[in-house]
Write a protein that binds this ligand. Sequence first.
Ligand code: ZN
Length: 431
Amino acid sequence: MTGRLFREVVLPERDPAERFDVLVEGREIARVGPGGSLAVPASATVVEADGRWLLPGFIDDHVHLREPGLERKEGYATGTRAAAAGGITTLLEIQNNPPLMVDRAAVEAKLAQVRPLSVVNIGVYGSLVRESLGHASEMADLVHGYKLFMGPSTGGIDVSGDEVLRSMFREVAATGHWLFVHAEDGDLIAQGIARHGPDGARAFHLARSAAAEIKATEDALRLAHDEGTRLHVFHLSSGGALELIRDARGAGRPVTCGTCPHYLYFTHEDTARVGPLLKVNPSIKTAGDREALLAGLRDGTVDCLSSDHAPHTAEEKAREFPLAPSGIPCLDIFMPLCLTLAERGALPLTTVLDRAARTPAALHGFERKGSVAEGFDADLVLVDPRERRVVRGAEHFSKARQTPYEGAELIGWPQLTVVGGEVVFARSPEA
Ligand SMILES: [Zn+2]
């Protein structure tokens, strides 16, 4: 059995002042003991960590990799390598370009194509569109949930109309899975564009407004309550929608939510200054919304940090603002972005690790992931907390190398990423 002994690591989720030895055997974490206490088994590789952090691989439950269909923008070979470099050992992907995941045959064909290309653990969501009606249960054992776009976004696959939505909520409830929703109201967005102009950078957040997110979140909460559906709201961008979710949870409803780094690093004023690289759905909102989302992460109302990695070509993102597609690539720098929030004091480190690893593991039923503990899967990331690096998009594995974070100095860069006991990324040979 292949083995790897990480000697003298710090496990920040346990105790930032103590050192531990962590022994990996096969695909599992076999032993965790005090630093210097574990003997080196024959044939084991030893990693002298000397106080570096050993972290649970992050579990990113909102990724777009465009394969099959739009491999010129991204694919599983490049996307999962970007994930490994960015500290993600499990990703769950949403197909939002044709062919959508409307039935069992579509999901099987996709998994057969992309599994052999992947270097991290992967899973997919079923699509909720008119064509998928009646097909949710047949794919239930192949998917990690179902994704519904309640507003216009990439791919033009939004669904509206209360009766159609209601039947989708009912269908998902019968599978026992969570329903994952992109919550923006199409009518309010259309009214916003009529009032504030067509998609200009300065007016973008006013057209794709907080009110649109709040209205769709209200509708989703009502339908989920009526139909007994477990609801997760993806990529929250406004304090108003967060309040609705806080109230629903306070009432004991099965409702969870997530947000993404771009809503925590930027405001709409940055969008106006930077341009299409920060064009994303939902739009980036105000400094007040950003503070509310950070508070929600701290108090546990926001369960998950996810990347919403949404790759487009450099040419597409270089268009004028109204013509540029929405979406920000993120996989290559996901862990550094999350850990730097802790380094800057925006969030406690333990909260970051919880929202990016432990809670998404629990939410998605990965009982042996999300933590560095005996018996858990050996999905691990070695980080030197003293190392600072500058974001250089040209170095990224993703095909989408244009990034609004270009030049930012971050901490938390994976030096070694291990999935199921195997090294899938090493930043330098001596790591
Ligand atoms: Zn998305």
